[in-house]
Design a protein around this ligand. Structure first.
Ligand code: HEM
Length: 403
């Protein structure tokens, strides 16, 4: 079969394609320039198993024997390849443990007043823009909330966050475009490296009470962290800290508008917000696939032989709609419980930011519904624009009328 997840029709609605894959080609591959044969897993059971399989690794370099990076790979990219998500244990654990504390439910709870304040401020922006007839849920609300929180946690100076969002946005758009993406993105990548080096230099000049200062302390401690590791960590946390949650809020609100009964249910009983956000994670899939896994040895999944070094992509968005795992998988049920979705991944790389994302999502969606009794799409539903990346699933914009 010819699988093209980037096709605009698939971007607009990937679920029929995922249903087809689960049914007819649960373990299917395509050949991609640069990365080679790439396998896609779409069934819940296979995605779960893959994310727990020690034969699948996140660091391509550990496959060995010529399976590392090609020599011509832009050097600037190396600066981003030493993060916890591109490493395996024990190195992965070492990196993750340095920042884990900042993302525990308790620490995240202490950020609640900050999240509430940003949400309130952005709702004012949204309301003002609505009066002028130009409210955009993404630019005015869904994006600035997580962007502002992660920027503050990382000590990015106010006013600088829009610049790095522009860069991470482009990085994601190009990330799944193979060789062309690499070269088109080279300048952007170099700009990002410069930006993050400047964040580090800024913190070296003046220590502050934030995560980057904590990382630099760990670096100064001796062997705990190299400068490249600090850079990779900042990149990962800044990117993952906002390019995901924006889609929980954006896709989540669109899913509610698409399902007026569910929306009315949540309006009528806001105490269901916790299960509602879990269901929006499952149903609206802010992240469509995990990062690639590499086969450390040849293996078989459902009779398909996967050679050593080949790439495997677990499609968490497809798994989350698997009827074998969820009753009425294509129905949005805000009271669904239990809800064992894999929107945050699974295993050792399970999302570090899950407690933060959940808190931001719950506060933002509840406050939005409290503030506006009437929320409507300002454009026809089929004109809604989706981003072209297949890694995260997100809207370019969501024009609304609000009252
Ligand atoms: C709704 C929002 C979010 C979703 C759906 C999401 C989803 C995911 C998924 C699926 C993974 C696993 C990737 C893999 O196995 O390759 C992951 C990992 C990760 N996420 Fe999130 N994420 C969200 C928000 C956040 C936030 C707010 C942060 C904060 C910095 C964050 C930081 C991370 C990090 C650091 C990892 C890598 C963990 C590791 O390798 O051990 N995420 N996320």
């Amino acid at each position: 079969m010819h699988l093209n997840l980037s096709h605009p029709d698939v971007r607009a609605n990937p679920y029929p394609t995922y249903a087809y894959l689960r049914e007819h080609a649960p373990v299917t591959s395509i050949h991609r320039a640069v990365v080679g044969r790439t396998w896609y897993l779409s069934r819940y059971e296979d995605v779960m198993a893959a994310l727990r399989d020690p034969r699948l690794v996140n660091d391509r370099r550990s496959v060995g024997d010529g399976h590392g990076d090609p020599w011509w790979l832009p050097k600037a990219l190396n600066a981003f390849r030493n993060s916890m998500i591109t490493t395996d244990d024990p190195g992965h654990r070492r990196l993750r443990s340095l920042v884990q504390i900042a993302f525990t439910p308790r620490m995240v709870e202490s950020l609640r007043p900050q999240v509430e304040a940003v949400v309130a401020a952005q709702l004012d922006v949204l309301a003002a823009n609505a009066r002028a007839g130009k409210a955009d849920l993404i630019a005015d609300f869904a994006l600035p909330v997580p962007l502002s929180i992660i920027s503050t946690m990382m000590g990015v100076r106010p006013g600088k966050d829009a610049a790095f969002h522009g860069m991470t946005n482009r990085f994601l758009e190009l990330a799944d475009r193979g060789i062309a993406g690499l070269f088109l993105g080279a300048r952007n990548t170099m700009r990002m490296v410069r930006f993050f080096r400047e964040v580090i230099a800024d913190h070296r000049r003046e220590a502050r009470d934030d995560l980057v200062t904590a990382l630099l302390d760990a670096e100064a401690d001796g062997e705990r962290l190299s400068e490249d590791e600090v850079l990779s960590m900042i990149f990962l946390l800044l990117l993952a800290g906002h390019e995901t949650t924006v889609n929980l809020i954006g896709n989540g609100v669109l899913a509610l508008l698409d399902n007026p009964e569910a929306l009315a249910d949540l309006r009528g009983d806001p105490s269901i917000i916790d299960t509602a956000v879990e269901e929006l994670l499952r149903y609206a899939n802010p992240v469509e696939q995990t990062t690639p896994r590499y086969a450390k040895e040849a293996l078989e999944i459902r009779g398909q032989r996967i050679e050593r070094g080949e790439v495997i992509i677990p499609l968490v968005a497809a798994a989350n709609r698997d009827p074998e795992a969820f009753d009425d998988a294509d129905t949005l049920d805000l009271r669904r419980s239990p809800n064992r979705h894999v929107a945050f991944g699974l295993g050792v790389h399970y999302c570090l930011g899950a407690p933060l994302a959940r808190m931001e999502g719950r506060i933002a969606i509840r406050a939005l519904l409290d503030r506006f009794r009437d929320i409507r799409l300002k454009i026809p539903r089929d004109r809604v624009q989706w981003r072209s990346t297949t890694v995260v699933r997100g809207l370019r914009s969501l024009p609304l009328t609000l009252a």
